[in-house]
Write a protein that binds this ligand. Structure first.
Ligand SMILES: [Zn+2]
Length: 130
């Protein structure tokens, strides 16, 4: 996980995607070719930090390294620019989640590597702060 993580750190820290220079369509994760107009000219673009909850699910058992966060909640969100993103939902009881509610990005610890102790950070979504 280390090499790809550090290479893509901005993607996880700032929710950095990209935007087509020709048609302005935005993407996350970033793409090499615009899926709308097939242009090869795209620029880095930070995604909006708020979105609407479209769907969510409770994951009782996780993959190795995430046991301390069980059960985990994941949601599909539509960001303010229309881009859809899957993210872990935190700080909201599962029973309080409602489709259509607004959530905001929070910067959190994702996991700690068991062998190296290295801590990985990134975005999750939680209650929207005004
Ligand atoms: Zn385009």
């Amino acid at each position: 996980m280390s090499v790809p993580y550090w290479r893509a750190r901005d993607r996880y820290y700032r929710i950095l995607g990209n935007k087509c220079d020709k048609c302005a369509q935005e993407f996350f994760p970033p793409v090499a070719i615009c899926r709308k107009c097939h242009s090869l000219n795209l620029s880095d673009c930070e995604m909006p930090k708020t979105g609407t909850l479209l769907s969510y699910t409770l994951q009782r058992e996780s993959v190795q390294g995430f046991e301390d966060q069980e059960p985990m909640v994941f949601g599909l969100l539509k960001l303010e620019n229309g881009v859809r993103i899957v993210a872990q939902i935190v700080d909201i009881p599962y029973d309080s989640l409602k489709l259509g509610m607004k959530l905001g990005a929070v910067f959190r610890r994702i996991r700690v590597d068991g062998e190296s102790g290295q801590i990985f950070y990134g975005y999750k979504f939680g209650p929207k702060r005004e």
